[in-house]
Write a protein that binds this ligand. Sequence first.
Ligand code: HAM
Length: 420
Amino acid sequence: MYVQAPKGTQDILPSEIYRWHYIESLIRELCLIYGYNEIRLPLFEHTELFTRGVGETTDIVQKEMYTFDDKAGRSLTLRPEGTAGAARAYIENGLSSMALPLKIYYYGPMYRYENVQRGRYREFWQFGCEVIGSQGPEADVELIALLSALFSRIGLAKTDLRINSIGCRACRPVYHEKLMTFLEPKIGRMCPDCRDRFTRNPLRILDCKQERCAEEIAGAPTSLDHLCPACAAHFEGLKDGLSILSIPYKVDKSIVRGLDYYTRTVFEFYSENIKSLGAAICGGGRYDGLIGLCGGPDTPGAGFSVGVERLFIELGETGTVIPKPKGADVFIVTAGDRAKAVAARLVSELRKNGVSACMDLNGRSVKAQMKYADKLNASYTAVIGDDEIDGGGVALRKMDDGAETAISLDDLSTYFKKGR
Ligand code: HAM
């Protein structure tokens, strides 16, 4: 019995990696166009970064983190998301001395111990962007514009953008009080987590997934109705900016997001098929207090992350075809030991010229090599045996129509170089 992959993880196989490369290259291209530079962050961080940054009363910290002690007894956690790590890196590397706002993106795996189902995994990939050091709604608009551009480039026409504002340090205490007054008579009927959150962080109750809690939450006062003038103006700025760019949106007062660092803008993108999984394809917002909370200077920030597997689910359902890469340019089939030596030199020369060339590594018969070349989807094959070596010429066979071209062995590498 072999050891299987852990539940909630997936192998990305060679036969499907082209789809990932395709999305990745679109992402990198778009980030370049929008002026975002890649940052590569550690896969694990000190646990405290997430308890502080993401928030102790969130589901992520309470239930979903892969936390372990290393051999020196430090508590470490596999990153459940990228924003806290980006904030830490900003502080630790003195990135505030760079041109601000700092515009960065990351692309990599995240880890959450979640109930595994379609579109919800324990290891999953996120593409995320962060703008650090910009307070105005223009940054929020740019982030959303980048996402819209990504979705339209990959053929997700029907995405549904929902925006909300959850206020700031100034207006939140007033709102919290209103919320607690509303929840107080109901809290006894809610789940133990919500009862715990009632005094520690009442806003988190609005994010509870339990059915009995959802019923009690209905009709709760909303943050959007309790914004201070500065937050209200910021939200108006966001809406205006989206309208200027003709990006459609819906204001959805129920969006509070599942992480504690958000202030003001929060948003989610839904798409037809992902919505049926009860989940968003992407989420983000503003986090003006996070850098300060992580021990850095008070610095505003905003960002988003897209779930890459969810992108693929959506793409699969919409029937978007991702172009398959072609196979090797040429496969040199060998008959006999002399041919092997000649082919080895030839393949090496072709490769030096940037031509994708392969030959048999397993001592197969000519027929089996032809079959193998076919499976590799090689564009051309050339069979080399004693006759070809002595005569100095070879028949180059085009695999899709079987057409053959006589060509001298010496000319083979330059023939492909011409871009055949
Ligand atoms: P999040 O909403 O927790 O936000 O995750 C963002 C996206 O990651 C989700 O919309 C979803 O597509 C994907 N995702 C989350 N959990 C899973 C899972 N278990 N399986 C598959 N996909 C998943 C954040 O992570 C924030 N850091 C976003 C952000 C960046 N806010 C500001 N900057």
